[in-house]
Design a protein around this ligand. Structure first.
Ligand SMILES: Nc1ncnc2c1ncn2[C@@H]1O[C@H](COP(=O)(O)OP(=O)(O)OP(=O)(O)O)[C@@H](O)[C@H]1O
Length: 904
């Protein structure tokens, strides 16, 4: 096949060569007249015709006159041309040489002189000549593009080789050559001779190959057939190998598949184990969190959340390094080397820049929801200016539904709960919105004027509905639309201004108060308040570049925030004095920060590098806040039973007060001494004294003489040691006094025995024990005992002493009042008989006049109620504060004593 193909190819090439030759001959004839050869000459005829070089020289001179200046032996050549006689080699070599040189100058393709040799005819060499002539034709026709390679390239080897061949070559006539050309001629001659020799060899080989053509073709076919057979066999073998390989691979694959399945099964099992372990872990974490929350609830810790807003300028670097799911936060100080730069903080929760409003609300929801169970709740947003407080609490100015802040979300959640519990409790929700601007409280929802100044009431009593801002307009809301409208109205009225830190900077602290009133089907009530506070941001005035009014505002803001810091510090250190009164902000948040509210702070951070200082101080403040323990929050929930008991209490109190007043009218003993003692006593104890005077007015008390100077006292306290003990008891704080009283109880003094009974008045049983064990009941200093015994009967008949909680406290208070009533009744009986008796004075007003007995009574009250705080508060409101007002005690002191008592 290959042989045939080769033959076919060769014949086609021969045809093509013949056609080209014909073309060349035609052109030559058109340029230099008749050539004297057939129009379709053989290669031999063609070469013979051109061998003397004359036709070529004439042709080139025709298309480029003067290309060959000298055509050698023209006449002689002409004579012998027609007979194809071989002229002298040098004669036509001269012409051929000149022609080739001219071609080179014209940069046209050439051939080698040997290509025209008579014995050197081969297809390759003749085709070179034909190409050369067609190149000339193209040049003549104007189509030829110059070929850059010169026709003669003489390599060094060729030159050397040519030099060797030169010696054997025919001698050329040197006289016709110029001196400069002699070297070139030598080289060309050598080349020419070489080629002749090579061509000769090639020529014979070609001839042989042509003769052997058909033979080799046959051989080739035979060989191919054999090859095919061999190839087939080899391929069959290879196929068999491949097949076995495939089977092996298939088996391997199946094995691997089995392995894989087994591994996958194992992995699946492990995954399941791990996921159940993870679930267990998350359960434990969740439980831990709940327990931690419970501990925080019990301790009354202020919960602290942290929120980091996105970086506002993409070109600045952030300082927040890591935010953990467990509430950890790492910040990096940009001014320090990396190893010292990291600072770690821990909070209840940290929200990163990608957290949504809903994420934040979801975490605050449980706290907010407890408002519906009667707890007071306060959430306040803290942070430097521009850190995102208003964004969190209200949302951005042109907010979408997803950007609504906690204020709105909280209210809509409360409405949801109202709806769910509609069958059990009927809730009513009211809102107030105020701002503290330059230390003035302004009503933001007032229709009259936004500048109405409001007074803060720190002592919010029951009758006044527990409001700290009773004059701020209160709006009833029952849908989220109502809330939105009010919030918008409030925001319009709020003071905002532009600073270099925030385009819309809040220049005031805004407080959104949600009051919840609920009444259940049994008549019980719930009363609570939710404070949502958006504090104004602390700012460095050099950075916010504020002047004039803005500067004044900034100073007020910074001052009130610093007061808040002082309050937090004092609370954290459990200091005896909490400086709430130092600013309107702390005064208004007094109940939330120091009362029995559940409190949460959301500290806001600006993550930019240049805010690092403010970020650190915010974080430190937040950490301090999280260490504050306020004590367990209590719900403002009253069942019907409690309400009824309260009513009874009121009635009894009035009765007790009336009896005491009547009694006091008859009393001449001045109260100046105990009052003086009270004034000397630190505020905390003064409240106790006021409380103990609750059965008399202050006016009355002033008229009663000190028991220490009374004849009874003089009579009673005979020994100096005894007097000293009593005096000590007057000056010692309650706990110490109690100790001294206990010491007395070990003596057999009539007074001691009475005190011992008072101290053990937790129940009748203990009293009875004392009664039987002590023989001094008839002592004139303890005549109250029979009265006590008498009064136990009616009170105890009504009240079950085993009950606990708020109801039992009230019952205990009722019992106390019952005693007082009985006491006063008995006093009435006794007084006419012996009005001036020191015993009478002492017995009837034992709780009023003598600081010692007043403390004893306080202790008795405490031991009866079991809870100092609640009874004290009621009495403070009912009696103490009223009494104190009458006494014209300066309000700040009064208030601070109340605060301190609360903390006790
Ligand atoms: N979480 C957040 N996601 C997107 N943008 C926020 C976020 N928090 C704050 N911003 C944007 O940052 C800018 C400042 O926020 P904002 O006004 O709430 O700060 P501020 O702390 O209330 O400032 P100031 O104390 O001065 O009133 C606003 O343009 C706000 O839209």
């Amino acid at each position: 096949m290959t042989g045939l193909h080769e033959i076919h190819l060769a014949s086609r090439r021969a045809e093509e060569a013949a056609a080209r030759r014909f073309q060349a001959v035609q052109w030559l004839q058109s340029v230099v007249s008749q050539l004297g050869i057939p129009s379709q000459p053989s290669e031999k005829e063609f070469v013979a015709c051109l061998r003397n070089g004359m036709i070529l020289c004439n042709a080139i001179n025709k298309i480029h006159p003067g290309a060959v200046t000298k055509v050698v032996a023209q006449s002689h050549l002409q004579s012998c041309n027609r007979e194809y006689q071989l002229p002298q080699a040098y004669q036509y070599f001269e012409n051929v040489r000149n022609f080739l040189v001219a071609l080179e100058q014209l940069r046209l393709p050439g051939f080698e002189a040997s290509d025209l040799e008579k014995d050197n005819i081969e297809s390759g060499s003749v085709s070179k000549v034909v190409d050369c002539i067609l190149g000339l034709k193209a040049y003549h026709d104007g189509f030829y593009k110059h070929i850059k390679t010169p026709p003669f390239q003489l390599s060094a080897t060729k030159v050397n080789h040519s030099l060797g061949a030169y010696k054997t070559s025919r001698q050329l006539d040197r006289t016709d050559c110029t001196d400069g050309e002699s070297d070139q001629i030598k080289v060309i001659t050598k080349l020419f001779a070489d080629h002749i020799v090579n061509s000769k060899e090639n020529f014979y080989e070609n001839l042989i190959s042509q003769e052997d053509g058909s033979k080799s073709c046959k051989n080739l076919l035979h060989r191919t057939k054999c090859n095919h057979k061999r190839l087939l066999k080899t391929q069959e073998n290879e196929l068999a190998v491949l097949k076995s390989l495939f089977i092996e691979t298939k088996q391997d694959f199946q094995e691997y598949q089995l392995h894989l399945q087994r591994d996958l099964m194992e992995l699946g099992n492990q995954m399941q184990e791990m996921s159940s372990a993870a679930q267990g872990y998350y359960k434990v974490v969740e439980e831990n969190r709940k327990l931690f929350n419970m501990v925080q609830d019990l301790k009354g810790n202020i919960r602290v959340f942290c929120r980091v807003r996105p970086i506002s300028n993409s070109e600045t670097n952030g300082v927040i390094d890591y935010i953990g799911r467990d509430g950890s936060l790492f910040v990096v100080d940009p001014s320090k080397p990396l190893k010292d730069a990291r600072k770690t903080f821990q909070f209840n929760q940290v929200f990163g820049p990608t957290s949504t409003q809903d994420d934040v609300f979801r975490e605050t929801k449980p706290l907010i929801r407890s408002v519906m169970d009667g707890y007071n709740v306060c959430i306040f947003a803290y942070g430097q200016t521009g850190s995102g407080k208003t964004y969190t609490m209200s949302g951005p100015p042109s907010r979408s539904i997803t950007e609504l802040g906690i204020n709105y979300l909280a209210l809509s959640d409360l409405f949801l709960i109202c709806d769910k519990r509609r069958d059990m409790i009927n809730y009513e929700i009211y809102v107030q919105m105020v701002e503290i601007y330059n230390e003035q409280v302004r009503d933001l929802l007032s229709e009259k004027s936004s500048c109405i100044r409001l007074d803060i009431r720190t002592c919010s009593s029951e009758e006044e509905d527990g409001l700290s801002l009773p004059n701020a307009t209160m709006h009833y809301v029952n849908s989220t639309m109502d809330v939105l409208k009010l919030m918008e109205a409030g925001e319009v009225n709020r003071a905002v201004g532009s600073t270099s830190m925030n385009n819309r900077s809040s220049r005031s602290h805004s407080i959104f108060m949600v009051h919840v009133r609920g009444k259940d089907t049994s008549g019980g009530t719930i009363r609570s308040c939710l404070h949502l506070v958006d504090l104004a941001g602390s700012e460095r005035v050099d950075k916010s570049e504020v002047t004039g009014d803005r500067l004044k505002e900034a100073q007020y803001i910074n001052r009130s925030l610093s007061c808040l810091g002082d309050v937090i510090s004092a609370l954290a250190q459990k200091s005896s004095h909490i400086p709430y009164r130092n600013s309107k902000l702390t005064l208004l948040l007094q109940d939330a920060l120091g009362g029995q509210a559940k409190t949460m702070m959301i500290a806001h951070l600006s993550p930019e590098e240049d805010s690092f200082g403010e970020t650190i101080s915010t974080l430190k403040f937040a950490q301090r806040v999280s260490s504050v323990e306020l004590g367990a929050a209590s719900a403002h929930k009253e069942t019907r039973e409690i309400m009824q008991l309260k009513e009874q209490l009121e009635t009894l109190k009035k009765k007790a007060l009336g009896g005491a007043e009547e009694c006091n009218k008859e009393m001449k003993s001045p109260l100046s001494r105990p009052i003086a003692t009270t004034e000397r006593t630190p505020p905390r104890f003064r409240r106790l004294s006021i409380e103990n005077c609750s059965n008399t007015t202050l006016k009355d008390r002033r008229g009663i003489k000190s028991p220490l100077v009374s004849p009874r006292g003089a009579k009673e306290i005979k020994s100096p040691l005894r007097r000293r003990q009593i005096q000590t008891a007057e000056r010692t704080p309650p706990r110490l006094r109690r100790l001294s009283i206990e010491n007395f109880s070990s003596t057999r003094s009539p007074l001691d025995s009475r005190d011992a009974q008072i101290l053990s008045l937790d129940g009748l049983r203990s009293y009875e024990k004392d009664e039987t064990s002590k023989g001094d009941l008839k002592n004139p200093l303890s005549p109250s005992m029979p009265h006590f015994q008498l009064m136990q009967t009616p009170v105890n008949a009504e009240v079950d002493t085993r009950t606990s909680g708020k109801g039992s406290h009230i019952r205990k208070s009722l019992r106390t009042i019952g005693k007082l009533i009985n006491g006063s009744e008995k006093r009435k009986e006794n007084l006419p008989e012996n009005p001036l008796s020191p015993l009478g004075v002492s017995n009837n007003f034992s709780g009023v006049k003598s600081p010692f007995t007043s403390n004893v009574k306080t202790l008795r009250r405490q031991s009866l109620t079991g809870q100092e705080r609640s009874s004290i508060r009621v009495d403070l409101v009912e009696n103490g504060i009223k009494g104190a007002r009458n006494a014209k005690t300066p309000p700040p002191e009064r208030s601070s004593s109340k605060i301190e008592k609360k903390r006790d």
